[in-house]
Write a protein that binds this ligand. Structure first.
Ligand code: FE2
Length: 409
């Protein structure tokens, strides 16, 4: 399946007329009620209240007059206030709720911005389509922080800071630990043990100059079918990677929204050579001599407002769009893999920088735990658990061996 010429130059394309999937800004959002440690107040049966370390339907509430109503079971709580990102005391039948969700000494819960849809509805969509949009799932304050770090939108004139984004601003940890996308990823991949394939970063896509080489069609890490072929055969129901695209700016067809072939994860094949794969298009002279990767009506662009997350099966064929506007477009592109897959890049140095940063002090205990879960790659064996990091001496050795293997002598 995978053996063919990935680098053969073929005549590519000039048109850009993909199908546009336009996703509207939601009129309303559900609410979360966060315990002091950042866990979510939830109920599965409409009676028992508890705090939980993940978001599923049990953790979804709606604001009402005088309090909150559980979005699935209808359980009602009275509250001092329902304002977003503000603390509130909660009562059930007049009795205050403690930090564990049970009756007790009243604790301060925080009202937080929730998703547009129930997580179970998003999971159904993801399983049916291989992708889902969590539209405007990030709170406006997190979007603002990401735009600042990425120097985009209102911060376009800002000078980028040379420090890992995760250590710069708490918004980066908050988006990394975004609970619905992580729950969906765990459910879709069938494992709780998931990791980031690389450290989080915010990328600003500048206006296209008409000349620079562009990213071609590919599947994402770890598959990289047609552009690296790391996974040697179709993996079927075993899902080895998900990709989480965070729209830091609005994503539109004209400013470089990702171009997909939606549903192509089911094909278990690389994108067609005639569409222009990354290995063909990322070569000097490719654009001038051969044209652009395919962007015709068989391709799909997902247009989504800033603060949305598009989560998709890493086998989906896609490529970067081109920004034809003068404004930079911000994005966070994140590969997520099961814990048994070797990462794409080292995450340990960024994790340590984050743990030592002020940003780390500004996130909840739950968010810190989730960052550890996602970024601490581990060996677990008969001798115990060990963190994986980069060894400078052995790196030199590996690079020396690689250079020797590439030499013609
Ligand atoms: Fe990609």
């Amino acid at each position: 399946m995978l053996a063919n010429d990935n680098t053969r130059p073929v005549k590519l394309h000039t048109e850009f007329d993909p199908r546009v999937v336009a996703i509207a800004k939601p009129a309303r959002h559900h609410r979360y009620l966060l315990a002091p440690n950042g866990d979510w107040l939830g109920t599965a049966d409409g009676d028992t209240l508890r705090v939980q370390g993940h978001v599923d339907d049990a953790a979804i509430w709606d604001a009402t007059d005088g309090g909150f109503e559980h979005a699935v079971t209808g359980l009602r709580l009275e509250a001092d206030g329902t304002a977003l990102e503000e603390p509130t005391r909660l009562r059930r039948g007049g009795a205050e709720l403690g930090a564990d969700g049970g009756p007790g000494a009243g604790a301060d819960f925080t009202v937080a911005h929730g998703p547009e849809k129930l997580p179970s509805a998003s999971l159904r969509e993801l399983r049916e389509q291989g992708w889902v949009s969590l539209t405007c799932v990030l709170s406006p304050s997190v979007v603002d922080g990401l735009q600042m770090v990425g120097c985009v939108d209102a911060y376009e004139g800002r000078e980028p800071v040379r420090k890992p984004p995760l250590a710069q601003h708490p918004a980066v940890a908050k988006v990394t630990a975004e609970p619905v996308s992580l729950w969906l990823t765990r459910e879709y991949m069938g494992t709780r043990d998931i990791r980031l394939g690389h450290a989080p970063g915010v990328m600003a896509l500048p206006q296209d100059d008409g000349q620079r080489e562009v990213q071609g069609w590919h599947t994402d890490f770890p598959y990289l079918w047609g552009t690296g072929d790391r996974v040697p055969m179709p993996s079927g129901d075993l899902v080895l990677g998900m990709q989480r695209n965070v729209c830091v700016s609005d994503f539109r067809k004209d400013n470089g929204a990702t171009v997909f072939k939606l549903g192509s994860h089911r094909s278990n094949t690389p994108p067609p050579v005639e569409w222009g794969r990354s290995t063909q298009t990322y070569r000097r002279g490719s654009r001038a001599n051969n044209g652009l990767p395919y962007g015709g009506p068989q391709a799909d662009v997902i247009e989504a407002p800033a603060g949305s997350i598009v989560l998709y099966d890493a086998r989906t064929w896609h490529r970067a769009g081109m920004n034809t506007t003068p404004s930079k477009r911000g994005a966070m592109i994140q590969a997520i893999v099961p814990g048994f897959i070797m990462p794409f890049m080292d995450t340990s140095a960024t994790l340590k920088a984050f743990l030592a940063s002020d940003a780390c002090k500004q996130v909840t205990e739950r968010e810190r735990k989730e960052i550890d879960n996602l970024m601490l790659h581990k060996i677990a064996g008969p001798a115990g658990v060990f963190a994986i990091t980069v060894d400078a001496e052995l790196t030199e050795r590996a690079r020396g061996q690689q250079a020797a293997a590439a030499s013609v002598y």
